[in-house]
Design a protein around this ligand. Structure first.
Ligand code: GUN
Length: 299
């Protein structure tokens, strides 16, 4: 039997969505309907499914929602022209360009073309800078780290503890998760280590962590003996691996696992997020929270 407190991503995300929906209704009463535009270039199945779930959540929150689907062969100039159009559209408060973009399109250039006030992914250098200097009233914060912080607060409440002064280790230094996660933990007064593929003796570094965040994209890399007893473990990984047997169509089954070997880690941790049903749920919810925030700021 696992000892760890299980963090329920769906339940926590539903709470966020309920609050956002109520606030959006109030904003509509003042004549402003939050608007989210998603942009998908190409036909990557995973991206298609992510973008569809974002559009669905936006509608459930009572937002105006539009999806722009462009061909794989779209030029950078055409994509930039669409971003410019959405920047100027007063009905749109949030713009999300789904990554990765096809080869030949400079992602950094596209992300920098988004009006920072509409950058609900929080990837624009202006928002990265505002987060790093702690200007949280003006920043838009990347969704996955923002959602992870809410789950950490839930874990702390359940365990009767707080974040201040804790040793936090984030594994993975991506711009989307690792770096902004480290900034958020630092703002909450954790002592933060940002570990990565070149870190010496990663298991020993991980074992120091009261708060362990895994965001590397390596299936079940973090083993049970990497976890300090009682630690809070946040698993950001979503990895598709081979499953057992075949499906109805005769195709080999697959399953989703995190960056953490869940069963082992749950024996040792104080609290842990599952995959699926953990942080992934929160990412979409926080995108809605960011879109609402952008709409409120514009009103
Ligand atoms: N691709 C993978 N994660 C993300 C994300 O958070 N935002 C966008 N726009 N694309 C992604």
């Amino acid at each position: 039997m696992a000892k760890a407190y299980g963090l329920d991503g769906k339940a926590i995300a539903d709470e966020v969505i309920a609050r956002v929906s109520a606030d959006a209704a109030a904003l509509r009463g003042r004549g402003v309907t939050p608007g989210l535009a998603t942009v998908l270039v190409g036909a990557d199945p995973a991206s298609q499914s992510y973008v569809a779930s974002k559009g669905k959540a936006a509608k459930a929150c009572g937002f105006h929602s539009e999806q722009h689907t462009l061909a794989e062969t779209t030029s950078e100039a055409e994509l930039l022209a669409l971003v410019e159009k959405l920047n100027r559209d007063p009905a749109i408060h949030g713009i999300l360009v789904q990554l990765p973009l096809p080869k030949g399109i400079d992602s950094a250039r596209v992300l920098e073309a988004i009006d920072p006030r509409k950058d609900v992914d929080g990837f624009h250098p202006i928002n990265v800078g505002l987060l790093s200097i702690g200007e949280m009233d003006r920043a838009l914060v990347p969704c996955t780290p923002a959602g992870s912080m809410i789950m950490l607060d839930k874990a702390c409440a359940a365990l009767g503890t707080t974040l201040a002064g804790k040793e936090a280790v984030v594994i993975g230094r991506s711009n989307i998760v690792g770096k902004p996660m480290a900034q958020l933990l630092l703002q909450r007064h954790c002592t933060v280590t940002l570990a990565h593929s070149r870190t010496h003796d990663l298991p020993a570094v991980a074992r120091r962590a009261d708060i362990l965040v895994a965001a590397v994209g390596q299936p079940e890399m973090v083993r049970g003996d990497w976890v300090k007893p009682g630690a809070i473990v946040i698993d950001v990984g979503i990895n598709r691996v081979a499953g057992q047997g075949v499906d109805a169509a005769g195709k080999p089954k697959t399953r989703l696992v995190g960056d953490v070997a869940y069963a082992e880690a749950a024996e040792v941790a104080g609290a842990i997020t599952p995959v699926p049903g953990g942080v992934g749920r929160m990412t979409v919810a926080m995108l809605m929270a960011n879109t609402l925030e952008a709409a409120k700021r514009s009103a």
